[in-house]
Structures are given as structure tokens and as C-alpha cells.
Design a binder for this molecule. Structure first.
Ligand SMILES: Cc1cc2nc3c(=O)[nH]c(=O)nc-3n(C[C@H](O)[C@H](O)[C@H](O)COP(=O)(O)OP(=O)(O)OC[C@H]3O[C@@H](n4cnc5c(N)ncnc54)[C@H](O)[C@@H]3O)c2cc1C
Length: 423
């Protein structure tokens, strides 16, 4: 089977790149082994929350020049990153994913980074947010005085008391209530079923979300903010909008323990957009055993298709890093398992991770070595037709910098442009 471009990985980077290529007239295949980071998403996209030296960033586009030359944003170039940033909202909107926040305001005194309230009740910088996630314009000026936090009875994956504690610390008087929805109660028979996805499936029934909204309304006692778990709406944002309209206070949806319902919704909508543009998505299959012709990839096999060779003019490796299994590690070595590409990691094993959980963790920045157009290196030479995108790209530590989605989106857009312009 022959395609213009084969993309390996079904996460944010692969989908953004695949949609761009497919919409530009290419014939693309995405091979996706399994779950991706969107299934664990906070519901927000980070562009740059702090510099590698730890300095906090409030206006990412103004700080790009301070990044090292090996950083993916430096390879793309600050001007191009700003151009892509300005396109992001329209691009996602065209896929049915409505994002809010300030996407691009180069040179402005207003900070594009907003702040999201985490499930621990702490404010964290974020660039853009999915529809149901609230972004505050500043971490110092909260507009609410009193908050009501509502959880489902027995739902342990949403820690309402952490949130309440965090809010008290930043001056918002908070109280916690629980509600019982008969259908959701049935999940409690088996604790393994009482997870965000199980609750979200039941809350998709109109009677349940309407009952929930009514109960929350009844509990209100002068609060100007209501916080509920983000378990509403896999396919669209209709329930979120309805709850926001019917509850007479600001309604904030806060992420639960994974899986992430807003993240899964985004993945579903992006996959739909890729397929509607004519792309082929091969779920639950793993790319392996590539064929090489000189310094080019000539084809790949997959675990399910046996001896059938899938070939294309160009290949994009967007298989995540250690988390997505795009990289694997032995006690002394970090390697890329599909093509055997060159990887970037410290030889000194003791530097891989820090016992202080909150310190910079080097392993989160391991990636594949690539040139300035994200063509991968193998044995010190670029592979002519193999690009790397997303978390698999080395040269930055997205976890530390708060740049995860930004790096995925920017590298995906850049790789798509390189392919379309024949670079
Ligand atoms: C747990 C977690 C939560 C995160 N939350 C956020 C957040 O809230 N906001 C933010 O900005 N960033 C977040 N990030 C950063 C994240 O890396 C990026 O946001 C982005 O989603 C990564 O996308 P990706 O497509 O590059 O990789 P991934 O999402 O990791 O996707 C890689 C995909 O490749 C597949 N794959 C791997 N090997 C093969 C193979 N051989 N064949 C076929 N498929 C293969 C995997 O199964 C997976 O589907 C998070 C990261 C993690 C790990």
C-alpha cells in the first residue's frame, strides 16, 4: 500500500501534521499503537511556562530568543513560531475543538499565558485551554469570593478538598458538597468502574446532566464560583455550555485523575477531522521493521499486517518519548525502537532522574536527534525522508518548561510545511 506520507503515532503531533498534509491534498496514513498523552491532558496547552534556567515566563513569544539553539522553537525560528501560534485557534476550531486564551500577541504588554487551577488547587501557567477549562488572566487577581465545589458521591478521582484548601490559601472561601445521581451510583458496585470515563458515559444521558445541573443550582448559597469535575461531553461541548447557562455562577470544570475527558474529546475530534479530510487511521497497530534504501526509508511493516509493506514518499515519526514508547531504555542506554535513530541522553546514568520529584527530570527531555528541519539522524547522518515531530523531538524538556503541547503543535506544523514545500 502506497501513501504520500505515513505518520507513526496517533497523538497530538501526528494528528495536527496529518490533518495539515491531508487538507493540502496529500494521501496520508496514521499508524497508532495505543493511548497518547491527550488521554492524560490537563485540558490546557502549554507553549512556554519557564525557561531552562527556571525563570518564569509570562509572555512566551517574547522569550523565544532566550532558548538554546538546539530547542525545537529555535530550529523553527521565533518569527515562524509566532505565525504558527496565530493560526492555532482557527486550525483547532476547524476540527471542532474550541480553544480559548491568547494564542499570539507578540510584543504586547499583556501576558498571553493564562493560569489554570490544577486538581491540587494551585495556579499554573498555561497558553490555551479547551472549552470547559477556565483560564484566569492573572494569578494575583481572582474575581471570585466564594466557591462551591461539587463532586459525585464516592468519586475518588476528583479531590475536592485539595481544591478547597488551595482556594482558601488564595483568598477564596470554599465549601465542598457531594451529589448522588442514581445511574452513577451503580458504578460504585465495582470501584474499578468509578473512573472519569465511566462517569462521563453516564453523564452523557440528558436526564443525568439535567438532574446534576438542578442539584448544583439547589446547593448554591451565594457562591459566585462553582467547580465540578471535568466529566461532561466526549463528542462535543453541548453539556458544558448548558451547565454554564443554567447555573447562576461561573462554572469551572477541573480535570480529574486520568483518563482526561476533555483530552479524549480533543483526540476524537482531531481523528474525525483527519478522517473527514480523507486520511486513513490505523488504530491499535505498531510500526516496526522498516526497510531502508540507502539513506532513505523505503517502507515499514506493522505488527498486525505481517509481511505487507506500507510505503510512502515521506515518513513522520511522532511516537512520543519514553511515555509513548517512542523511546525505550535499558539500564545504560536510551534507544528509538522503530528505526534505531540517534538519541540524545546523558551518558551518566545518575543524571537521568532526580530523586526530588519536583526537580528538573532529565529523562523527560530525552529525544531523537534531528536537523533544523526535523529530519532524523541515524548513525550520524540525516535520513532523507524521515521527519520527527512532537514529544519525540529532543532538545527541550517539555515537562519542566511547560511547553508540551506547544512543541508538539509547532513541530507538527513545521514538518507539514517542510513536506509540502519539498524540503
Ligand atoms: C501524562 C502526560 C500528560 C501531559 N499533559 C499535558 C498537558 O496537559 N498540556 C500540555 O501542554 N502538555 C502535556 N503533556 C505533554 C505532551 O507530551 C504533549 O502535550 C503532546 O500531547 C505529546 O504528543 P505526541 O503526539 O508528540 O506524543 P504522544 O501523545 O505520546 O503520542 C505518541 C503516540 O505514538 C504511539 N506510538 C508509539 N510507538 C509507536 C509505533 N511503533 N507505532 C505506532 N504508534 C506508536 C503511541 O501509542 C501514542 O499514541 C503531557 C504529557 C504526558 C506524558
Amino acid at each position: 500500500m502506497r501513501f504520500d506520507t505515513i505518520l507513526i503515532g496517533g497523538g497530538l503531533a501526528s494528528l495536527v501534521c496529518g490533518i495539515k498534509l491531508q487538507r493540502a491534498g496529500q494521501k496520508c496514513l496514521i499508524v497508532s499503537a495505543g493511548q497518547n498523552a491527550l488521554h492524560f491532558s490537563s485540558g490546557t496547552f502549554g507553549l512556554l511556562g519557564r525557561l531552562p534556567d527556571g525563570t518564569a515566563v509570562s509572555n512566551p513569544l517574547e522569550e523565544l530568543g532566550k532558548l538554546p539553539g538546539t530547542h525545537p522553537y529555535s530550529k523553527i525560528g521565533p518569527v515562524k513560531v509566532s505565525e504558527y501560534a496565530a493560526e492555532v485557534k482557527d486550525f483547532f476550531n476547524s476540527c471542532g475543538v474550541r480553544l480559548h486564551g491568547v494564542a499570539a500577541q507578540e510584543g504586547s504588554e499583556v501576558s498571553p499565558n493564562g493560569y489554570r487551577l490544577t486538581p491540587m488547587g494551585v495556579l499554573q501557567p498555561s497558553w490555551l485551554a479547551m472549552e470547559d477549562v477556565t483560564l484566569l488572566p492573572s494569578k494575583d487577581e481572582l474575581k471570585w469570593r466564594k466557591a462551591l465545589i461539587v463532586n459525585f458521591y464516592g468519586f475518588l478521582d476528583f479531590n475536592a478538598s485539595f481544591i478547597a484548601e488551595g482556594l482558601w490559601k488564595i483568598g477564596v472561601e470554599s465549601r465542598v458538597e457531594t451529589v448522588k445521581i442514581e445511574d452513577v451510583e451503580t458504578l460504585r458496585k465495582n470501584p474499578a468502574d468509578m473512573r472519569s470515563v465511566g462517569v462521563a458515559r453516564l453523564m452523557a444521558k440528558e436526564k443525568n446532566w439535567k438532574d446534576f445541573g438542578g442539584m448544583v443550582r439547589g446547593l448554591l448559597s451565594g457562591e459566585d464560583l462553582v467547580i465540578v469535575p471535568a466529566v461532561f461531553g466526549f463528542g462535543d461541548q453541548v453539556i458544558v455550555e448548558w451547565l454554564r447557562e443554567m447555573i447562576p455562577a461561573d462554572v469551572m470544570f477541573i480535570g480529574t485523575m486520568p483518563p482526561s475527558v476533555p483530552g479524549i474529546r480533543t483526540q476524537i475530534l482531531l481523528k474525525k477531522a483527519f478522517e473527514s479530510a480523507g486520511g486513513t487511521f490505523l488504530p491499535g497497530d505498531t510500526a516496526l521493521d522498516p526497510l531502508f534504501s540507502g539513506t532513505s526509508v523505503a517502507g515499514i511493516h506493522t505488527a498486525n499486517l505481517g509481511s505487507i509493506v506500507l510505503s510512502a514518499d515521506r515518513y513522520v515519526l511522532a511516537s512520543g518519548n519514553l511515555f509513548g514508547k517512542g523511546l525505550e531504555a535499558t539500564p545504560n542506554r536510551v534507544y528509538e525502537p522503530v528505526f534505531g535513530l540517534d538519541t540524545d541522553f546523558p551518558a551518566d546514568r545518575s543524571k537521568w532522574c532526580d530523586p526530588d520529584f519536583f526537580a528538573l527530570q532529565e529523562f523527560a527531555g530525552f529525544g531523537v536527534l534531528c536537523d533544523d528541519s526535523f529530519k532524523a539522524f541515524k548513525d550520524g547522518r540525516t535520513v532523507d525522508n524521515l521527519y520527527v515531530a512532537g514529544a519525540e523531538v529532543g532538545g527541550c524538556n517539555p515537562l519542566y518548561e511547560g511547553s508540551g503541547a506547544g512543541v508538539s503543535i509547532m513541530t507538527a506544523m513545521s514538518v507539514a510545511d517542510s513536506i509540502l514545500h519539498g524540503n
